[in-house]
Design a protein around this ligand. Structure first.
Ligand code: ARG
Length: 575
C-alpha cells in the first residue's frame, strides 16, 4: 500500500532527481521544525559541499529548476536560506487522504512491511493456581497491543501464553487440594481460595516435616506422570484458565497458544546436555549444572544438584521449540522489568549455544503499578489489585460517568458503554506512555472526559458518529461534495494528521511502543476538536462544503476507531 504521505515523499525525491542537479544519494529529507510552514525539507549542506556551491545558492537554483507534474501532491517549493522546503497541495491532500481512508476503511493503516516474516510474542503468562497480578495484567495488555500492531504491519504473529504451570510448588498445590478439597467458588474467587489453601499448607509444612515430604511426593508423582496427580494438576490449569478467559474476553485478548512451561518437560534433559556439550555450562562437584562467566553476567543454574530443573531450563527449551516450530524473525518477551536479568542470562546462553542464529530476542520490559496513594502494589503490603476486581471497579466508575454524560441512553446501552469505557480506561492507562515507566491508578485522570484518556478518545469518536447520524436524519446530503473545499487551516491540519496513521503504526512496531498509537489517537481527537470548533459542519456555508466536511468527519471516525482498535479499545457508536 502506498499511502498519501509516502507518495508525497516519493514525489519530492523524484522532482529533485529530475532536475539533474542533485544525485539521489545526496537527498536526505527531514521533517521541518513545527514553526516552519512546510511538510518536508532538504537541508542543502551535504549536497552543496559535494557540489562545491554555497548552500543557499544551490537551494535557490533547485527551487527554480523543479517542475511539478500535473496533479502533484506537492503544492509549493521554496528556498529558505540553506533549506529547500516542500509543502503539500492542500486541495489534493484533502482528496487523497479522504479517499484513501474511505477506500481502505477498517484496513486503513495496514501495511505489508512484515510479509514473509513471523514474530512470536510471549505475553500474559499467568501462573497456575494463582490470580494474575499486576505484572501479568500489564503483560497481557501491552502484549496484545503489540500483537495487533504487528498484524497490521503484515507480520504473521504467533501469540504464546507461557503459563507458569510447572515447578516444585505444584507439589504443595496438589497436597493442599488433597487436604482441603477443591474450592467451590468461581473465577478469581476460586483462585483466591486456592492461594489461601496453598499458603496454609506451606506454613504448616514448615513446622511439620511429614507434610513437607508429602508435598515433595506429590511433586514427584506429577513429574512421573502419575494419572491422579496429572488429573488434579489439569483441574488446576483449567480452573485458572477459565478465570483468565473471562478477563481476556473483556479485554479483547486472544492468544494463539498456551503451551506453558509443562510442555517443555520432555526437552529439558536435551537442553541441559546441549549446554554441557557446547561448554556453556559445567557440572559442579555436587552435581548441579552451572553457567559461569557468561558475558559478565552473574552465575546461574540450569539444573539443581537434586536433578530438578528450573524456570531458566524451561525457557531455554521454549526458545529451541519456537525457533524450530515457527522460524520467527523475532521473539518478543513482554515481561516485567524485574525479570530483566533472567532474560539477559537466557538470551546470552542460547546465543552461545547457537539456538538462535536467525531469530532476534527482544525483551519489552515494563514498570510497576502504583495505587492512588502512590504505593507500589504488593501482596505483602495488602494493596494488591487483581484483574477481575480492577475491571469491575473501573466499569462501575465508568457507569457513573456515562450516567452523568449520557443520561438519555437506553439502559442496556449504558451498560455496554460503561463496560467499554471502564475496560478502556484500564487498558489505556497501561498504553499511553512508555511501557518502561510505572503507572498509577488515578481514576480521575483515567476516566477524564477531556484529558489524555480512553474516555476522551471514545467520546471524540462517538461525537463524530453522532454528527453523521444527525446529518443523515435531516437528509441534506443530496448535494455533491467537493473534497478540494477542505482547505481551512484546521482541516488541513486534521487531514495531515490522519494521513500519519500508517507511519505511526510503523514507528510503534519499530519501537515496541503502543504509546505512539496512543499519541496519534490523542492528537487526532484534539485536532478534530479544533476543526469542529472552527468549521461548522451541519451548518456549513454551502451544501457542497457540508458534504465535504461530513466526509472528513466520517474518515476521522474510521481512522480513530482503527487506532483505538490497535490498542484494544472499543469505540461505541453513541455515548
Ligand atoms: N509466568 C512468569 C511469571 O509469572 C512469566 C513468564 C514470562 N515468559 C517467559 N518466557 N519467561 O513470572
Amino acid at each position: 500500500m502506498d499511502y498519501a504521505l509516502e507518495r508525497f515523499t516519493a514525489e519530492v525525491t523524484q522532482v529533485l532527481v529530475a532536475t539533474g542537479r542533485v544525485p539521489a544519494n545526496l537527498i536526505e529529507l527531514t521533517t521541518p521544525k513545527p514553526n516552519i510552514p512546510a511538510d518536508l525539507a532538504l537541508p542543502m549542506f551535504k549536497a552543496a559541499k559535494e557540489l562545491g556551491q554555497p548552500p543557499p545558492r544551490l537551494a535557490a537554483e533547485l527551487a527554480a529548476a523543479i517542475t511539478l507534474p500535473p496533479d502533484s501532491l506537492i503544492g509549493a517549493v521554496t528556498a529558505v536560506g540553506p533549506f529547500l522546503n516542500f509543502s503539500m497541495h492542500p486541495e489534493r491532500l484533502a482528496a487523497a487522504v479522504v479517499s484513501e481512508i474511505q477506500a481502505t476503511g477498517v484496513n486503513y493503516g495496514h501495511q505489508d512491511d512484515g510479509a514473509g516474516h513471523r514474530i512470536v510474542v510471549d505475553y500474559s503468562a499467568p501462573n497456575i493456581a494463582k490470580r494474575m497480578h499486576v505484572g501479568h495484567i500489564r503483560s497481557t495488555i501491552i502484549g496484545q497491543a503489540l500483537v495487533n500492531i504487528y498484524r497490521t504491519l503484515g507480520y504473521a504473529v504467533v501469540g504464546d501464553n507461557h503459563l507458569g504451570d510447572w515447578g516444585k510448588q505444584f507439589g504443595v498445590v496438589l497436597a493442599s487440594v488433597e487436604r482441603d478439597g477443591k474450592p467451590s467458588a468461581q473465577g478469581e474467587a476460586a483462585l483466591e481460595a486456592l492461594e489461601a489453601q496453598y499458603a496454609r499448607y506451606a506454613a504448616a509444612a514448615k513446622e511439620d516435616p511429614a507434610l513437607d515430604e508429602h508435598a515433595r511426593l506429590w511433586s514427584l508423582r506429577l513429574e512421573q506422570g502419575d494419572p491422579q496427580a496429572r488429573a488434579l494438576w489439569q483441574w488446576s490449569v483449567d480452573l485458572t484458565m477459565s478465570a483468565a478467559q473471562r478477563n481476556y474476553d473483556r479485554l479483547g485478548v486472544h492468544i494463539d497458544h498456551a503451551y506453558g512451561e509443562s510442555f517443555y518437560e520432555p526437552m529439558l534433559a536435551g537442553v541441559i546436555q546441549d549446554a554441557l556439550t557446547n561448554g556453556a555450562a559445567f557440572r559442579d562437584a555436587e552435581g548441579a549444572v552451572v553457567v559461569e562467566n557468561l558475558e559478565h553476567l552473574p552465575t546461574f543454574l540450569i539444573q539443581r544438584k537434586d536433578g530438578g530443573t528450573l524456570y531458566m531450563t524451561r525457557d531455554m527449551a521454549t526458545i529451541l521449540f519456537r525457533v524450530r516450530e515457527f522460524q520467527p524473525t523475532q521473539i518478543v518477551y513482554v515481561v516485567g522489568e524485574p525479570q530483566s536479568l533472567h532474560l539477559r542470562q537466557l538470551f546470552a546462553l542460547v546465543r552461545t549455544m547457537g539456538y538462535t542464529t536467525t531469530s532476534e530476542l527482544i525483551h519489552v520490559a515494563f514498570g510497576t503499578v502504583f495505587d492512588g496513594e502512590g504505593q507500589a502494589l504488593s501482596t505483602r503490603r495488602g494493596n494488591m489489585i487483581y484483574l477481575e476486581t480492577l475491571l469491575d471497579d473501573a466499569v462501575s466508575r465508568a457507569r457513573a460517568v456515562v450516567e452523568r454524560k449520557s443520561p438519555d441512553l437506553p439502559e442496556a446501552e449504558k451498560n455496554a458503554v460503561a463496560e467499554a469505557v471502564g475496560v478502556g480506561a484500564v487498558v489505556y492507562n497501561d498504553l499511553y506512555q512508555d511501557p518502561k515507566r510505572n503507572i498509577t491508578l488515578d481514576w480521575e485522570r483515567m476516566l477524564s472526559t477531556d484529558g489524555n484518556s480512553a474516555t476522551y478518545l471514545q467520546y471524540s469518536h462517538a461525537r463524530c458518529r453522532s454528527i453523521l447520524r444527525r446529518a443523515s436524519e435531516d437528509g441534506g446530503a443530496s448535494a455533491d461534495g467537493d473534497l478540494a473545499l477542505l482547505t481551512h487551516p484546521s482541516e488541513t491540519r486534521l487531514l495531515k494528521h490522519l494521513a500519519r496513521l500508517p507511519e505511526a503504526v510503523r514507528e510503534a512496531g519499530a519501537r515496541y511502543a503502543p504509546f505512539v498509537i496512543a499519541d496519534w489517537c490523542y492528537t487526532t481527537a484534539r485536532e478534530f476538536g479544533v476543526f469542529f470548533e472552527q468549521c461548522p459542519v451541519l451548518k456549513a456555508d454551502s451544501p457542497a462544503l457540508r458534504v465535504a466536511r461530513l466526509a472528513l468527519v466520517a474518515v476521522t471516525a474510521t481512522a480513530l476507531k482503527n487506532g483505538l482498535g490497535l490498542l484494544g479499545l472499543k469505540a461505541p457508536e453513541r455515548m
